[in-house]
Design a protein around this ligand. Sequence first.
Ligand code: ZN
Length: 162
Amino acid sequence: MSENTVTNGQVVSMEYTLWVGGEVLDTSDGQGPLQFLAGYGNIIPGLEQEMMGMKIGDEKEVTVAPADGYGEYDEAAFMDVPRKEFPDDMSIEEGLELSVSGDDGQAHYARIDEVGDDSVRLDFNHPLAGQELKFKVKVVALRAPTEEEVEHGHVHEAGHHH
Ligand code: ZN
């Protein structure tokens, strides 16, 4: 494994800015670089692929199509839920973001799309589904992972374990 370029299994520290529709949506400016373990799906696949082979100090602009980012917008990813299934004290409003546990016991992101008299329409699309993502990234450091990081498949930042 080369220690000088981004390859699978390396811990990569990167500075980044993300634009969606011409507006900055997220940036590492002021927060410090983001670290990820390359090859473990820690970041979206379309960006990870493009970063392979970059060296420390390299900068790159990457455009990620929806399919390689947060997915295409799925017209079928809606569900009507009877209003009585929501807690009485909950204020149900369009645009409210929820975490819904599915039949698989996993938590899924959902957004209230429409509120009817008896039912509430949930949209399960990721907020960035269907969007083209533009990144500017800069590799600022590379290191080998610890055994524990490889076991967990993610980076442990100093003093932080999960
Ligand atoms: Zn861990």
